[in-house]
Design a protein around this ligand. Structure first.
Ligand SMILES: [Fe+2]
Ligand SMILES: [Fe+2]
Length: 334
């Protein structure tokens, strides 16, 4: 089966360009215009980014077809409306999955997830505490479903590491920093607990987000959230370990259970950021601060890279409420 060539990418489309290319639909809704006629509001995406689109004519024909997660061949024209690029669609045709090359549509980590996972296992095997280590092995080495999810999941819908395998990239990055800090701050820190915090703080995201195509929150994610889902996973894995003979040197110590659950629950740092408890041990505080650091560095780097504003300053970043300075490598030639 021949696939449709992806000849144009969202990031490259400019005012007055004719558009003829497949895209993935990220968002789709029907609205009613001032003239009383229905029109379709779309966000089209591919691995380079996204662009808004409008279907003014015969919008009703596409309802139920041009839906989120659908691949569509788009014919139309790019124009600038109120300073924003927008594709006015003349023709829209839904494509089958075997007509497209999925790699063109979903951004992925530049790093190889199998290698990231192998590096993570080296940290697991370096742990000293037999209970913490058995728990890490049970989740990151022995549970094929969790491992497979871990290699694919993004770390977020849009804020940071928001691409395929972004979560494992984020987790390994944090684990490496935590390992340095365990050495830097010395003997009073529990290195194993810090590493577990790195591994598990966002493990609930494997179920908080759906990420087969467009990333979105699951019902479990909306109703429960990744902090509590993470605690549930840890709880379940400890019970499974306790039920298997020979996996643990004894029953899992109560205090250790509480500490790892606390590190997960406290990693957002503040009640208003979704943590039910603020960090109350040094390991929890450090995991929170390094998580914050790693996600901000990734988010701001990606923002600067993707910004197309001419000159030395980016457009306004709404999340951080500031303009960022663009180093020379990030400035486009005009
Ligand atoms: Fe988190
Ligand atoms: Fe995180």
């Amino acid at each position: 089966m021949n696939t449709r060539p992806k000849s144009q990418f969202a990031k490259e489309l400019k005012d007055k360009d004719n558009v003829s290319s497949p895209f993935l639909i990220k968002f789709s809704a029907v609205a009613v215009g001032k003239n009383g006629k229905p029109y379709m509001n779309l966000v089209l995406m591919d691995k380079t980014g996204e662009i808004e689109a409008r279907v003014w004519e015969n919008a009703n024909e596409h309802v139920g077809q041009a839906v989120r997660d659908a691949f569509v061949q788009v014919e139309g024209r790019c124009q600038t409306y109120q300073g924003r690029r927008q594709v006015v669609v003349n023709r829209l045709q839904v494509l089958r999955e075997d007509e497209i090359e999925p790699k063109d549509y979903i951004a992925e980590s530049p790093l190889n997830p199998d290698e990231l996972h192998a590096q993570l296992l080296v940290y697991v095997e370096s742990m000293k505490d037999p209970f913490y280590r058995a728990l890490a092995e049970a989740v990151l080495r022995d549970d094929a479903d969790l491992v497979q999810r871990m290699k694919r999941a993004p770390a977020a819908k849009s804020l940071h590491h928001a691409y395929r395998s972004g979560l494992i990239e984020h987790v390994l990055s944090i684990t490496q920093i935590l390992d340095h800090l365990a050495g830097h701050y010395g003997k009073h820190l529990d290195r194993d607990l810090l590493l577990l915090g790195g591994f598990f703080h966002d493990i609930g995201k494997l179920f908080e987000l759906s990420y087969e195509r467009v990333t979105d929150y699951t019902t479990e994610g909306k109703l429960i959230g990744h902090l509590v889902i993470g605690v549930e996973i840890v709880d379940r894995k400890i019970r499974e370990l306790e039920a298997q003979s020979g996996r643990l040197p004894g029953s899992f110590p109560e205090e250790k259970k509480l500490l790892i659950k606390h590190v997960i629950l406290a990693h957002h740092g503040l009640l208003e950021f979704g943590s039910p408890k603020r960090p109350k041990c040094l390991e929890a505080l450090i995991v929170h601060m390094i998580d914050d650091l790693d996600s901000k560095v990734n988010a701001i780097q990606a923002f600067i890279e993707q910004d197309a504003t001419p000159g030395a300053w980016t457009a306004l970043n709404r999340q951080y409420e500031r303009f960022f300075f663009k180093p020379e490598w990030a400035r486009e030639e005009y």
